[in-house]
Design a protein around this ligand. Structure first.
Ligand code: F6R
Length: 252
């Protein structure tokens, strides 16, 4: 757990780690594989990566896998995670399109299972995820793995929790317009990443951060599974760390 003074300080530290990884892979002549999140949490990190690219860092050997997409959802829709990623990151970097993977929300329900197996295969073929970026929902979800998700789950469709739909309501002009389902990488898929970086900022995340970090490891709090990962770090600002009881933190 690392406490940074604010969102921007977290963004700089995380982007620096990502750039070091990307540069290291380049020197080895290997691809860098990133697992990416959407939502408000990673926007600062993406801004920093874009700034690094403008200063000359190439992302042409980077392969990306996004965590999730609403279902059903057209990629052109303003609420789609496809569109979010273009606007906040991909339109500003030099990652070839064929190296970008995002779960699809625009396929027939009967094809979702096959698509999910294909997605898992692509992650395997890329050599697994090197760094996975995560936000956390107030339900404790990582990706859209809502309470009850087991640690061995793979990419699949999932029913969104009521609290998640409520939190997304503003983006959809009303909770009733938020899709009922999503396609998400599984908990097992996420835990397979060699490095995991979870970011949480703001007071509204303080309660779930405490339950995830100091509570029992259980499917009701999916982020608690990260306690079992040997190379996971959580970056928080002072507000999100506000309910922690223990002093297990490094101040940045
Ligand atoms: C997004 C995702 C979600 C979000 C989480 C936090 O791709 O997988 O788990 O990271 O819901 O959302 P924000 O950052 O908007 O608070």
């Amino acid at each position: 757990m690392v406490i940074c003074p604010d969102h921007q300080a977290i963004a700089r530290a995380v982007a620096e780690e990502i750039v070091d990884y990307i540069q290291g892979q380049k020197e080895k002549g290997e691809r860098a594989v990133l697992g990416l999140a959407t939502g408000s949490t990673p926007i600062g990190v993406y801004g920093e990566l874009i700034a690094q690219h403008k200063m000359g860092i190439s992302f042409s050997h980077v392969v990306t896998f996004n965590l999730d997409e609403y279902f059903p959802m057209s990629p052109q829709s303003r609420q789609s995670y496809h569109r979010y990623m273009e606007e906040h990151l991909f339109d500003h970097l030099d990652i070839p399109k064929e190296q970008i993977f995002i779960p699809r929300g625009d396929i027939a329900p009967e094809d979702v299972g096959e698509h999910c197996r294909w997605y898992e295969d692509q992650i395997k073929k890329a050599g697994g995820i090197g760094i996975q970026i995560l936000g956390i929902g107030r339900t404790g979800h990582i990706g859209f793995n809502e309470p009850g998700s087991l640690p061995d789950t793979r990419t699949r469709s999932i029913r969104l929790d009521e609290m998640t739909r409520k939190d997304a309501g503003a983006d959809f002009f009303g909770e009733e317009n938020v899709p009922l389902e999503a396609v998400t990488m599984g908990v097992g898929t996420i835990l397979g990443a060699r490095r995991i970086i979870l970011i949480a900022t703001g007071e509204h995340k303080a309660h779930i951060i405490r339950r995830s970090v100091e509570g029992d490891i259980k499917p009701q709090v999916v982020a608690s599974y990260l306690q079992q990962h040997s190379n996971a770090v959580i970056y928080v600002d002072p507000s999100a760390s506000g309910e922690l009881l223990s002093a297990i933190c490094n101040h940045f």
